[in-house]
Design a protein around this ligand. Sequence first.
Ligand SMILES: [Zn+2]
Ligand SMILES: [Zn+2]
Length: 344
Amino acid sequence: MRKDVFTGRWVIMADSTAVRPSDFHFDRFFKETTFCPFCETNEASTPPEVFAIRKPGSPANGSGWSVRVVPNVAPRLRIEGELGRRAEGFHDLMNGVGAHEIVAETPRHDRSLHELEIEEIGDVIRAYIARIVDLEGDKRMRYVLIFKNHGEEAGAHTISHSISQLMALSVTPRTVKTKLITARDYFALKERCIYCDVLQQELKQKTRLIAENEDFVAFAPFASRFPFEMAIVPKFHDSAFSRISPTQIEGLARILRDVLQRLDHTLGGPPYNLSLQDRPFLRPRAGYWNTIEDDFHWHVEILPQIARITGFEWASGFFYNPVPPEVAARCLSPVADAEPDRRG
Ligand SMILES: [Zn+2]
Ligand SMILES: [Zn+2]
């Protein structure tokens, strides 16, 4: 991993000995491979599972599972070794130590996350929790990033099976850190959680509200970067996702399925990225996480990828959003349960 001296951003760099130019011929991309290692009965073609939710009595690495977590065969980070933080001239480097795992969300190839039953989405959430709790025990790790690329344009270009990815990192990602600092500064000033405050305002104003249940609210953020961007925020204050209760898991599964179905229905199955924005592991470091239990509030971000990121966004860090969140919230109307399967 190399640190960019100009911006402070870390880059995970591939091992130079493993690079072949032919791997990057443009026509290699966007070709679906016909064999899928994440389908039920193909368990032997993945590395041994690190976690699975299975039918009682079904053997590990065989069929009979509802969610299955395996190490990525081409991991961007490796679990073995020391961090080896060091300098090369004024550049900072460290070893790419971490975990990169694939969460197969369903044994079926023809089902997307929003087409699963509530209980099945609940199993996906339970798998995330189990992996976070396990990886927290590894003292080298500071953060577990959970994300999903749905659709080719969102980065899922070789496997169309419904999966999410998990990366355990030895540094807290910059994007998360920026949010943590903002939340901490707001708390220092007002002694209130910025997310709880925004939630109250969204519930009162209602113009950007998309969905709500007992424990969760989904809304289009005030300064959405992407058209139809959505945030799912728990109504209860908690900095750590892994403390979610069984009832809250069900509530999260319900609202997640609801908003993903709306997105699918309104925009005809667009690609999207989903990520869990959780707090880092609280490794003691003087003066670092003093108020995090009170100031940070975990949440989920859903970013539909229907507008391309252009030179303007890359160069400026600004975004141009052609769909204001008030319009997005109005368009994302509920999908009736009786809705026939559009794929026939
Ligand atoms: Zn498959
Ligand atoms: Zn809060």
